[in-house]
Design a protein around this ligand. Structure first.
Ligand code: GLN
Length: 540
């Protein structure tokens, strides 16, 4: 039976629970164990799909088409284990399932309550779809003390009681602040956070203390004493210079060793940290920097394009250059200052997006990249904008546009009402906003003699999608005659998946989101190639 590791956080949010879970996942996987990482989110949205990136950061899409919390991206990037729909649950999803069941009379007239009905549903989620995993790491979103996370904490308490303490481990992550005025490290917030956790019936087995500097042994003893954990299980995590150092740092602090010791398991082999050491070294010692411009709506929010930022860094590591992201807010872009804004850009990227605001600025930047022969990568909305730009300025269809933005245009981008995936017809219109998109992995067939085939070195690829609108394939010949090739198509040859410009050093648009599949230890070929081209442009 799988062993369960529950990760909670206290004192403040954003302590790096996701990164800690992901690093532990890597350390265990690298010793030959089968690992799953799951996230429970206490908010009432059914999934983060309709949440604004301003509030919640990026929506991470899995192979099987789930719109999930961005922490699942951390897990995937560190462990290279593809997350699934069943790895992320929210309070909203749980309540929505319960209410559906209640309406159908599924509770046979009983009063439906948080305990046991909500907690039972959470416990079902924890176990769901687990077969031969050695470890299941479950991260609980939010901070101890929040009202919202209480049912989750109660559920994991019950769950641990049911499967036994020898099969379940509680890790609590807290902040150990340094007070400049008294030149002291403070353990009180940690003590209080653990006290709060214990009042709900959860005694942590390991306390991970996030701190700006190393915690002296006396302070560790204090945490051990007051929090009722052994001193070896007080693990410090001092701010790392790059996140790629995290698995190394947790290994040095013996996190994986203490976890295995708790479960009375002998390590099969030492985790391999060489690849992390190598890339940490590269990141810390790379001097050459190139500017990549990202033009989008949410560029000033740190996590809104998390996977994208990461994928660009991965491409940079591969090419031994540092990436300086110039984030340009598209709706603040004036048409007459584009040249100045993009003056230093060695590459231009338009990411995914929704809605009209800022689109004219994006289209003008694409025109600039196309004419000035600056490497350009358009992702999803970015590719759709590139099609509009080309249709307007090269094919001279002045009113070319997307029906997403305006109905009174010539639709070079539009809605396909139906398409088939594995024989199932999915409706594209007339539905709630949640759940009407082409989501998850789809195949694309790459054309011979194309730049894209040269990049992937494959005939057929599978990439993750998240969009409603498609490129109108009826204009394909017109586009191709003028040098914009549809170099990747859906297997039935109906949906354009990749476009590229013939007479340009590097101009590619993709309907999917390659950033979700890039890993620090396995950079995505498209990003490596884009950065390589941008580096050449810089060196020109
Ligand atoms: N808004 C566009 C669509 O729905 C693009 C979405 C995206 O960029 N992810 O098709």
């Amino acid at each position: 039976m799988a062993r369960y590791i529950f990760v909670t956080g206290g004192v403040v949010s954003s302590l790096g629970k996701g990164l800690s879970s992901a690093s532990l996942g890597y350390l265990l996987k690298s010793q030959g164990y089968k690992v799953r990482i799951r996230k429970m989110d206490p908010y009432l949205n059914v999934d983060p799909g309709t949440m604004s990136p301003f509030q919640h950061g990026e929506v991470f899409v899995t192979d099987d088409g789930a719109e999930t919390d961005l922490d699942l991206g951390h897990y995937e990037r560190f462990t290279d284990i593809s997350a699934k729909q069943s790895d992320n649950i929210t309070t909203g999803r749980i309540y929505s399932d319960i209410i559906k069941k209640e309406r159908k009379g599924g509770y046979l007239g009983k009063t439906v309550q948080v305990i046991p009905h909500v907690t039972d549903r959470i416990k079902e989620f924890i176990k769901k779809d687990i077969t031969n995993e050695d470890f299941v790491i479950c991260e609980i979103g939010g901070t101890i003390g929040d009202i919202e996370s209480l049912p989750f904490l109660e559920a994991i308490r019950q769950f641990s009681n049911e499967i036994g303490r020898q099969k379940s481990l509680f890790i609590h992550l807290t902040l150990v602040p340094f007070m400049k005025s008294s030149d002291e490290i403070k353990t009180k917030p940690t003590q209080h956070s653990v006290k709060e956790l214990r009042s709900i019936g959860i005694q942590p087995d390991i306390v991970i203390c996030r701190s700006e500097q190393s915690i002296p042994i006396d302070q560790k003893r204090k945490i051990s004493l007051f929090c009722n954990v052994s001193i070896e299980n007080v693990i410090e995590t001092v701010d790392v210079k790059t996140i790629y150092e995290a698995p190394i740092s947790f290994f040095d602090q013996k996190l994986d060793k203490q976890v295995l010791k708790y479960f009375k398991i002998k390590s099969k082999r030492k985790p391999n940290l060489n690849p992390w050491k190598k890339i940490t070294n590269t990141v810390l010692n790379t001097r050459k920097t190139i500017d990549i411009a990202i033009i989008g709506k949410y560029v000033n929010l740190k996590d809104a394009y998390k996977s994208l930022d990461e994928a660009l860094i991965h491409g940079g590591i591969q090419n031994k250059v540092k990436i300086n992201l110039i984030r340009i807010e598209s709706d603040k872009l004036k048409l007459n200052n584009i040249r100045i804004k993009l003056k230093n850009a060695s590459g231009i990227l338009i990411p995914g997006g929704f809605g009209k605001r800022g689109t004219e600025g994006k289209i003008a930047c694409i025109k600039y990249a196309r004419e000035k022969k600056i490497p350009f990568l358009g992702i999803c909305f970015g590719m759709q904008m590139a099609i509009i730009e080309f249709a307007r300025n090269v094919l001279k269809i002045n009113n070319a546009g997307s029906t997403e933005l305006d109905k009174k245009i010539y639709p070079v981008i539009g809605l396909i009402n139906e398409w088939s995936k594995d024989g199932v017809i999915i409706k594209g219109t007339d539905m709630d906003l949640g759940g009407t998109m082409r989501l998850g992995l789809y195949n694309a067939v790459l054309k011979n003699n194309s730049a894209i085939k040269n990049i992937y070195k494959l005939n057929k690829i599978k990439e993750r999608h998240r969009h409603r609108y498609e490129v109108n394939n009826n204009l394909r010949e017109k586009f191709e005659k003028k040098g914009l090739m549809f170099s990747g198509m859906s297997p039935d040859n109906k949906l354009p998946e990749i476009i590229e410009l013939k007479n340009h050093p590097w101009f590619i648009g993709v309907q999917f989101h390659p950033e979700f599949k890039s890993r620090p230890l396995k950079p995505h070929p498209l990003f490596s190639s884009f950065i390589k081209a941008s580096k050449s442009h810089y060196e020109r």
